[in-house]
Write a protein that binds this ligand. Structure first.
Ligand code: SAM
Length: 229
């Protein structure tokens, strides 16, 4: 048994089993299918840092994205690409929202360890052909080339990429985008945080902006832009 699967409080205790029971109970209590998928995924992938992805600030940031998308993205989203999609939490939250009509989501991440976790979290949508997670560098994707090109590109990991304008330049003009970044410079993995919403908007230079906002999360502020490149 690896150290990652044990609780320091008691020999033989497997934290993922406790977590599974707790989350499954919460799923029954609330009737929330996403909690059930989360319970199963924690149990299958005890080493995955799902507690970080489900941190209350991460969830609040994604609920914010979902709410504003519901306001500014009315109508059907046939194909959504989420880059830097990590464990697929945003995908699961979007699928769970009745206000949105989504054809299919593809989630891309450069880390090969996250795709299986994302597909577990979105298992019902994998089964009906509406979700896939792939290992890929967002700079290497062909955003224009195929009939399957996305009509919405989402990147809530802008603070993790070096060249935001260079990445946006790969996306065909007029494509809808939802972007998030933050001012959390203290986190070492944040190689391109932004000091303000104005700085973020200036770096992105979108052709059209539907929404620009900041969400105070106390430890840091998250910024979001919705519009077209
Ligand atoms: C910490 S996570 C997500 C943070 C963000 N706040 C969120 O919840 O969406 C950042 C992800 O971006 C991914 N990533 C970084 N550079 C990438 C690239 N060039 N292409 C694809 N994924 C990338 C990382 O592997 C990681 O899974």
């Amino acid at each position: 048994m690896s150290a990652a699967t044990t609780l320091s409080s008691g020999p033989g205790e497997i934290w993922s089993e406790r977590c599974f029971d707790l989350l499954r109970g919460a799923a029954v209590l609330t009737g929330n299918d996403l909690l059930l998928s989360l319970a199963r995924t924690v149990s299958r992938f005890p080493e995955a840092e799902l507690h970080v992805a489900f941190n209350h600030r991460q969830v609040a940031s994604k609920i914010w994205a979902r709410d504003e998308l519901a306001r500014f993205g009315a109508g059907r989203q046939e194909r959504i690409w989420i880059v830097g999609g990590w464990y697929g939490v945003l995908s699961a939250l979007l699928f769970a929202d009745d206000r949105l009509s989504i054809g299919r989501i593809e989630s891309f991440d450069i880390d090969p360890s996250v795709a299986a976790v994302a597909e577990s979290l979105n298992e019902p949508q994998v089964a009906d052909g509406r979700f896939a997670a792939r290992t890929a560098d967002m700079y290497a994707l062909d955003y224009a080339g195929t009939a399957m090109a996305p009509d919405l590109v989402v990147n809530t990991s802008c603070e993790h990429i070096e060249d935001l304008p260079g990445w946006l330049a790969l996306i065909p003009r007029g494509t809808r985008v939802l972007l998030q970044s933050n001012d959390y410079f203290a986190e070492s993995q944040h190689i391109n945080s932004q000091a303000s919403l104005e700085d973020f908007a200036a770096a992105a230079r979108l052709g059209h902006v539907d929404f620009a906002g900041a969400l105070d999360l106390r430890k840091y502020t998250r910024f979001m832009l919705i519009g077209r490149v």
